[in-house]
Design a protein around this ligand. Structure first.
Ligand SMILES: Nc1ncnc2c1ncn2[C@@H]1O[C@H](COP(=O)(O)OP(=O)(O)OP(=O)(O)O)[C@@H](O)[C@H]1O
Ligand SMILES: [Mg+2]
Length: 294
């Protein structure tokens, strides 16, 4: 059996852990990146690696790690490739449709709201004047985010109307979408719950010195055992987005828990090291079970 690991960097900590877990189960890992792939239409093989092996004959499933930043062309083509492989019968975890929903902050929150999940009030527009009205509507304390998130980079808290107006005009001028969210006073920590299949397998607080709680921004992982209802909320939210493996970020607001986002390609170094839970093993077991059940 061969398991494909679609990863930009097979030397990265999470990729190495996944490779170890795959080999421990006597399965062969095959690591590759999107630029290694060639797609053919109306000539065979439909998707090949290094221009020769037919990926669909080679592999039993693919586990997708971060698809990375790229141009619009690259991102669309990468997702098209995943969709095509899935249609041709190769199990992909997470599925391309789940990745599409999760990476787009507006799209994801809209699905979560429709599914009855508590989320922060969010207003999205292309118009700077409308954004300024939204700033007041959200209590003049907002978080401005790029619609495609990236480890807390480019996210700003704004409480001053003049600064807000300047930011909105600049974003609009450069054809960026203006994505505003009410600030949730979460006390400089949030909760990350790792969901695999139908189970919340591990959780931690991400404790920061300021309001951004990304580990990559310096927050510290602190093990945490969520109560049953919170676990159920995380599993339900992951299911709505269609993520079989998900990093669910939960903020504790004044009115209870709100889901900030569902990460479809979550890093798990902090979680695995702080809790001692074998996250990579659980992910690989899930994918292998999926292959076995086909
Ligand atoms: N509405 C909010 N109120 C308070 N804090 C927030 C809010 N939105 C985000 N944050 C903080 O900022 C951090 C980064 O925001 P978010 O997770 O939305 O984007 P990102 O991490 O850049 O995206 P991605 O996880 O997709 O890389 C969150 O982990 C949280 O600590
Ligand atoms: Mg985040």
């Amino acid at each position: 059996m061969k398991l494909g690991l679609l990863t930009r960097n097979k030397e990265a900590w999470c990729s190495k852990q996944l490779i170890k877990s795959i080999m421990k189960r006597e399965v062969q890992p095959v690591c590759f990146q999107f630029p290694d792939l060639t797609a053919r239409v109306s000539c065979k093989p439909e998707i090949s690696m290094n221009n020769c092996q037919n990926l669909l004959d080679e592999l039993d499933a693919i586990l997708v790690r971060p698809i990375g930043r790229g141009s619009l062309d690259e991102i669309i083509f990468r997702l098209d490739l995943l969709h095509r492989m899935e249609r041709l019968g190769l199990p992909i975890v997470n599925s391309p449709s789940a990745i599409e929903k999760a990476v787009d902050k507006y799209h994801a929150l809209a699905f979560l709201e429709e599914g009855g999940i508590p989320i922060p009030k969010t207003i999205v527009t292309e118009n700077a004047m409308t954004a300024l009205k939204a700033f007041y509507e959200l209590g003049s304390d907002v978080v401005v985010k790029p619609i495609f998130g990236s480890r807390g980079i480019g996210i700003t808290r704004v409480t001053d109307a003049e600064v807000a107006s300047r930011i909105f005009r600049t974003l609009s001028f450069f054809h960026n979408i203006i994505y505003l969210q009410e600030f949730i006073p979460h006390g400089t920590r949030d909760i990350r719950i790792l969901v695999v299949g139908e189970r919340a397998i591990a959780a931690m607080y991400r404790v920061a010195l300021a309001w951004k709680t990304n580990i990559s921004q310096g927050a510290n992982p602190v093990p945490f055992t969520p109560e049953g209802e919170l676990k159920k909320l995380a599993v339900r939210a992951s299911k709505i987005i269609g993520c079989e493996v998900a990093g669910v970020d939960v903020m504790e607001g004044k009115n209870g828990f709100v889901i900030n986002e569902i990460n479809s390609q979550p890093g798990f170094k902090g979680l695995q090291l702080s809790t001692g839970i074998d996250v990579s093993g659980a992910i690989i077991d899930y994918v292998l079970k999926k292959v076995a059940c086909r």
